[in-house]
Design a protein. Structure first.
Length: 139
């Protein structure tokens, strides 16, 4: 069995963003040489997420609006976490909603996706360098 590990790094200038990382994950799969197995992709920061969905701008807008309704950034006093000097209490909650990681089957050397599925890195407290882990195991 083969094992592969790579970190994908992001420099996101805004507080929030959704980035389609499917091409980078496919490149990792190619580099790994795995034809049958599993891929784990997880955010390595507690204010970021990795999730699977459609790459459609209207949906991304809906996510942004929905997440802001569920966990608005302001007022900052809304979150006890912000009493530590941080201003990202909302980002922790948004990450919890969107999830930490995804696992994708690898079949015949390809991501075994359903129609329209893509992998996204969701950033909820950007403006600094962050990363996601890609771990692939299989034959």
């Amino acid at each position: 069995m083969k094992s592969y590990r790579k970190e994908l790094w992001f420099d996101i200038p805004t507080r929030r963003a959704f980035i389609n990382i499917t091409p980078q994950v496919r490149e990792c799969l190619r580099e790994s040489g795995v034809h049958e197995g599993m891929i784990l992709v997880n955010a390595m920061h507690i204010t970021a997420s990795v999730f699977i969905n459609d790459d459609e701008s209207g949906l991304h807008h809906d996510y942004e609006k929905w997440l802001e309704e569920l966990a608005p950034h302001e007022p900052l006093s809304r979150y006890m976490h912000n009493n530590t000097g941080e201003d990202n209490g909302d980002a922790h909650l948004k990450r919890q909603i969107m999830g930490r990681e995804v696992v994708v089957a690898v079949s015949e050397g390809k991501l075994d996706f359903g129609p329209w599925e893509q992998i996204f890195y969701g950033e909820f407290d950007g403006r600094r360098r962050k990363r996601a882990l890609v771990k692939i195991i299989g034959d």
